[in-house]
Design a protein around this ligand. Structure first.
Ligand code: PGA
Length: 249
């Protein structure tokens, strides 16, 4: 039986006041369950609110949407992994497609962020995924393999590091288009086999999530797909009632 990971990526939504209202609804309504893990990635300014609301709830983990790889210093506007941990983050999202495509994040920078998270003793969730042009050019497999291998290339002792992966086809993010369970499953299984080459049977313990236009209507069928170990949800995670329905799928 798999233990799915259901992750909410609020993106640039839910500042501290809205985050507090969200948690006031979500936490009392979502009863602790041992058969799944919930992660919430708020904007960094709302992380303390989410962290405070999840004290005593080991089934709901606060996360951060991005971290810088340096520990501290002259990097205006950035947040280090140890600062994120200090504010309550237990997981850092790395290489989300919006970071890659809007803010120019590269595989090498992602690799440094993964290493920084591991060094600060927080888990990381490395995101990979192809654009529609790359898919149509038949480049999906080679691209996600490169993103995976380069993204993980600077984390020493990967075999004993806590991390997750998310496959998010860029053409499915925020568009209402979802990869078919079969398409998603094929890429998830490719990622798993690459990971096995890298870390052997430990690969079977690494959750590989799917993301891209997930909502309460399609969550169950995606989760029922063999190679999908969880869901990374953007738009449908911003409102507490919608997220509650997905968390309880
Ligand atoms: P979406 O976003 O659910 O709004 O498509 C997913 C994501 O970007 O993580």
């Amino acid at each position: 039986m798999k233990r799915p990971v259901l992750a909410a990526n609020w993106k640039m939504n839910n500042g501290p006041t809205a985050a507090s209202s969200f948690m006031d609804v979500f936490i009392p309504a979502y009863h602790p369950r041992t058969d799944r893990t919930i992660i919430i990635f708020p904007p960094a300014v709302s992380l303390p609110v989410v962290a405070a609301a999840t004290v005593g709830r080991s089934d709901v983990l606060p996360g951060i949407q991005n971290i810088h790889w340096a520990e501290k210093g002259a990097f205006t506007g950035e947040i280090s992994a140890s600062m994120a941990r200090d504010a309550g983050a237990q997981v850092a999202l790395v290489g989300h497609s919006e970071r890659r495509h809007i803010f120019g994040d590269t595989d090498i920078n992602c690799a440094k962020r993964c290493h920084a998270a591991a060094k600060a003793h927080i888990a990381f969730m490395l995101c990979v995924g192809e654009t529609i042009e790359q898919r149509e050019a038949g480049e999906t497999e080679s691209l996600v393999t490169k993103q995976l291998r380069e993204g993980l290339s600077q984390t020493p002792n990967l075999i004993s590091t806590e991390f997750l992966l998310a496959y998010e086809p860029v053409w499915a993010i925020g568009t209402g288009l979802t990869a078919s369970p079969a398409d998603a499953s094929a890429i998830q299984s490719l990622l798993r086999s690459q990971l096995r080459q890298m870390i052997g049977t430990r690969a079977d313990e690494i959750p590989i999530l799917y993301g891209g236009s997930v909502n309460s209507g399609n969550a169950a069928s995606l989760l029922a797909t063999d190679d999908i170990d969880g869901l990374l949800v953007g738009g449908a995670s911003v409102e507490a009632s919608s997220w509650l329905a997905i968390a309880q799928t």
